[in-house]
Design a protein around this ligand. Structure first.
Ligand SMILES: NC(=O)c1ccc[n+]([C@@H]2O[C@H](COP(=O)([O-])OP(=O)(O)OC[C@H]3O[C@@H](n4cnc5c(N)ncnc54)[C@H](OP(=O)(O)O)[C@@H]3O)[C@@H](O)[C@H]2O)c1
Length: 183
């Protein structure tokens, strides 16, 4: 199955100048817990923002540049190849789309589940997550973030209507990630 994981503000902002808009350690830990040992798919710009492959995951970069290489990552040049070769349709094992805007927009029509960290503030953003249509998506869980930050944030899970899989494991954990983005 195909899942997306993202953090967005009240106006669906996700980034600015190829960086994240906030530093929420609990969200980085959540991201790490959910994606560890899975395949993560990202746009070339998001990869360059992270700067290295995420450890303990299969890293896939989508780029139109057929000469682009990044050590420790697999390159793909078309969404169709990713959908046919990487994503297990109907399977329980999750493959994660991890951003950014262009890649979220491209894969949203194919996604089964969305893990959204909803940040209750408005930031100056230049990249955005598309609207989550109430006709297509049902919010199945919402948990308030527990750490002290200047703004509240919530961990939400959305399932595509009519396509329910077994419950998402959204349990929290306490290990710190070792980089600003996530490791
Ligand atoms: N808040 C969050 O959860 C979150 C998560 C991830 C990223 N972000 C933020 O999102 C921003 C980056 O988003 P973005 O939209 O600018 O970039 P992006 O989606 O990360 O990457 C865009 C690149 O993907 C490749 N691409 C897109 N469509 C393609 C297609 N159909 N076929 C082949 N390749 C394709 C192209 O690479 P080439 O140019 O190499 O061809 C394109 O330039 C950053 O600010 C980042 O920090 C936020």
């Amino acid at each position: 199955m195909l899942s997306m994981i993202l953090a967005m503000d009240k106006e669906r902002g996700i980034g600015k100048e190829n960086k994240l808009l906030w530093h929420i350690p609990e969200d980085l830990q959540y991201f790490k817990k959910l994606t560890s040992s899975r395949t993560v798919i990202m746009g070339r710009k998001t990869f360059e923002s992270i700067g290295k492959p995420l450890p303990n995951r299969t890293n896939i970069i989508l780029t139109r540049n057929t000469s682009y290489k990044a050590e420790g990552c697999l390159m793909y040049h078309s969404i169709d190849d990713i959908l046919s070769e990487i994503v297990e349709p109907g399977g329980k094992r999750e493959t994660f789309i991890i951003g950014g805007e262009e890649v979220y927009r491209l894969f949203l029509p194919h996604a089964d589940r969305l893990y959204v960290t909803q940040v209750n503030a408005v930031f100056d953003a230049d990249t955005f997550f598309p609207e989550i249509s109430k006709e297509e998506w049902e919010r199945t869980s919402k948990k308030k973030g527990s750490r002290d930050t200047p703004y509240e944030y919530y961990f939400e899970v959305y399932e595509r209507k009519g396509r329910r899989y077994e419950s998402a494991d959204t349990g929290q954990h306490n290990k710190r990630s070792t980089t600003e983005y996530v490791c």
